[in-house]
Design a protein around this ligand. Structure first.
Ligand SMILES: O=C(O)c1ccccc1N[C@@H]1O[C@H](COP(=O)(O)O)[C@@H](O)[C@H]1O
Length: 221
């Protein structure tokens, strides 16, 4: 399972979180967010990271040109679209930046909203499900109704996001088997300031969960 820690703003925290086991780091390129980082800041953080870490820029309703410029300036390996971007917009971004990993986040207001995800199956690499909040686009700490997602099985990869923490990740992963998880505010001291003790605990809980799964399989459960 891939693990993305989002809202990185400091080079030392990025390195430490990569060392703890994150496979992806996210950088908020949404100016209104308290976790916003400029291209210059992203570049500085990326230069110390191991090459194996995927680095994702998170955008919301930005123009194709803004996204293109940021990716070219920074060397990000992927883009997460967290606003109201259409499937056609995803297509055009794919043509512009064919090498990057393309993630479309959808904020799920009700189980009925899940139907919208179908429009993106062929357009993106990963679908990311986040919780809906009427005023904020992301990083809200709100959880989804995990039970209502149990039948969600898209033909592409999907990530679970929204209010995940070291305290609730075990329950979430007992109910769902996403290809990846994405955490931001659940491993923070304050917006953009990651709490390394919480990140460490997260990886310990996930490792325990994996061992439990292996044990259950060995015992035929
Ligand atoms: O984190 C932000 O400030 C943010 C701003 C605008 C769009 C997305 C944002 N973050 C994304 O929100 C989800 C869930 O965050 P949380 O774990 O509930 O705090 C995550 O995908 C972030 O990438």
């Amino acid at each position: 399972m891939r693990i993305k820690i989002c809202g990185i703003t400091q080079p030392d925290q990025g390195c430490a979180i990569a060392q703890l086991g994150a496979t992806m780091l996210g950088f908020i390129c949404v100016p209104a967010s308290p976790r916003y980082v400029t291209s210059e800041q992203i570049r500085r953080i990326l230069q110390d990271l191991p090459i194996s870490i995927q680095t994702i820029g998170v955008f919301a309703n930005a123009s194709l040109d803004q996204i293109y410029q940021t990716v070219i300036e920074t060397g990000l390996t992927g883009v997460q679209l967290h606003g109201h971007e259409s499937p056609d917009f995803c297509d055009r971004l794919r043509q512009l930046l064919p090498e990057i990993e393309l993630i479309k986040a959808l904020r799920i207001k009700s189980p009925a909203t899940l139907v919208q995800t179908q429009d993106y199956f062929n357009q993106v690499d990963v679908l990311l499900l986040d919780a809906y909040h009427p005023q904020q686009l992301g990083g809200t700490g709100q959880t989804l109704d995990w039970q209502s997602l149990q039948q969600f099985n898209p033909p592409c990869s999907w990530f679970l996001a929204g209010g995940l923490t070291p305290n609730n990740i075990q329950e979430a992963l007992q109910q769902l088997k996403p290809d990846g998880i994405d955490l931001s505010s659940g491993v923070e001291r304050s917006p953009g300031d990651k709490d390394l003790a919480k990140v460490r605990l997260l990886f310990q809980v996930i490792a325990g969960n994996r061992e439990q799964g292996t044990g259950n399989r060995e015992q035929g459960k």
